[in-house]
Ligand binder design. Structure first.
Ligand SMILES: [Zn+2]
Length: 395
């Protein structure tokens, strides 16, 4: 038994690591069997990350691996190596793209899980990797090794189906039975299929990629059954095949413990993005796309105690993935005049209050008014802006 994994074969213009693995497994010599397919998402801020930032792995059983390794050599040279150096720049994609640098690894024994935890929480370089039994290629070896090192104690599933070569070439619009998808969405074991608020379908990628859809679920059965139900419909285009992957999606593996602090001040920036400065020195970012997180962040005032989680970016700001108010500082008002009901005004620092209308004087005092946050519990970004790794707060 051993593990095969690959990464970094896709770019904006096409390609897809899941399909590259699917094709390879379809052509595996007869004496080997593949099982336990894995799709592992990695450090969201990795500099050379690919579009989906996911690596794939699979367990392979067989008697001896000589035939397998020569098959892999050949397959690598003919089918994967040619994907190296692909680069598509896109104006509406704001991140600088790196050329693809595929990597493939074969491990007879699973490497220590520490490699996975490193690769999901920080930037990792090639020299840090444990030695594979055999490896091919470049940068992609990092994600590939992480996918095998993943301990998979907490996991979900994603059933991925691929379009036929003809549909990919024509780059026609994807056709998936949305009536059936709505039925599948009723199964509480599936998740992230649709966003009813924005009325968007979340299972199909955009652009020129061989994936027709990826159906996410908490159980293997729900992913498999839902996927087959969609594929068997006349209103879904024909597919090359499908595979149910075990994945680290919706596990929060990339996040540390919850943090809390008191708000010092907030700055509202372009498009409503909020920067929150905290007493403990943390700088939190609630981005325009983050929905309820942004709304709650805009409401905050100095003195509010908040709890939060997110990842620290290169500029040291923490990109919020969830936020809640633990206690809200009260709003302070001056009392009203007992004679004429006008709001009193201070006559100066440490001086009495005076009614602007009847001129009556009062002791210096404040009235505390409770502020009620727009959300009383945790909030997180809407489904279509959440990271694949993020666990829904409703779980
Ligand atoms: Zn008065």
């Amino acid at each position: 038994m051993g593990w095969l994994a690959l990464d970094d074969t896709d770019h904006l213009g096409g390609g897809c690591t899941t399909y590259t693995l699917f094709e390879l497994i379809q052509n595996l010599p007869d004496e080997y069997t593949a099982s336990e397919f894995r799709l592992v998402r990695l450090y969201p801020f990795a500099r050379q990350r690919t579009r989906g930032n996911a690596a794939v792995a699979v367990k392979i059983d067989g008697d001896n691996y000589e035939v397998l390794l020569s098959f892999l050599d050949l397959w690598w040279n003919e089918n994967i190596l040619p994907l190296k150096g692909m680069l598509t720049q896109s104006d509406d994609y704001h991140r600088k793209q790196s050329p693809t640098d595929p990597g493939m690894v074969w491990f007879e024994e699973q490497p220590n899980e520490s490699t996975y935890w490193d690769c999901v929480t920080r930037e990792v370089t090639l020299v840090e990797l444990p030695a594979a039994t055999k490896s091919w290629g470049g940068h992609g070896k990092i994600g590939a090794t992480a996918a095998i090192a993943w301990p998979s104690r907490e996991y979900t599933f994603e059933a991925i189906s691929w379009r036929t070569k003809k549909s990919v070439e024509k780059s026609s619009d994807r056709k998936v039975d949305l009536v059936r998808l709505a039925e599948i969405d009723e199964d509480p074991n599936t998740f992230m299929s649709r966003d009813l608020r924005s009325n968007s379908v979340l299972i199909s990628p955009r652009g020129n990629c061989p994936v027709l859809f990826g159906l996410r679920a908490k159980t293997f059965e729900s992913a498999k059954n839902g996927c087959e139900f969609l594929i068997e419909s006349n209103n879904t285009e024909s597919v090359e095949g499908y595979v149910v992957f075990q994945t680290n999606q919706a596990t929060d593996d990339h996040l540390g413990d919850e943090m809390s602090s008191v708000v010092d001040s907030i700055e509202i920036k372009k498009r409503g993005t909020v920067k929150i400065l905290c007493d403990n020195g943390d700088e939190l970012m609630a981005f325009a796309e983050s929905g309820d997180v942004k709304i709650l962040a805009q409401w905050l005032k100095s003195g509010d105690e908040v709890q939060y989680n997110g990842m620290k970016n290169e500029d040291n700001t923490i990109h919020l993935e969830r936020l809640q108010v633990l206690s809200a500082a009260p709003e302070k008002h001056r009392p009203k005049c007992s004679e004429c009901d006008s709001t009193l005004k201070s006559m100066g620092k440490d001086q009495l209050l005076r009614c602007p209308k009847c001129r009556k004087r009062f002791a210096d005092q404040w009235i505390n008014v409770e502020r009620i946050p727009p959300f009383s519990k945790w909030v997180q970004p809407p489904k279509d802006s959440m990271r694949h790794l993020s666990k829904p707060i409703t779980w």
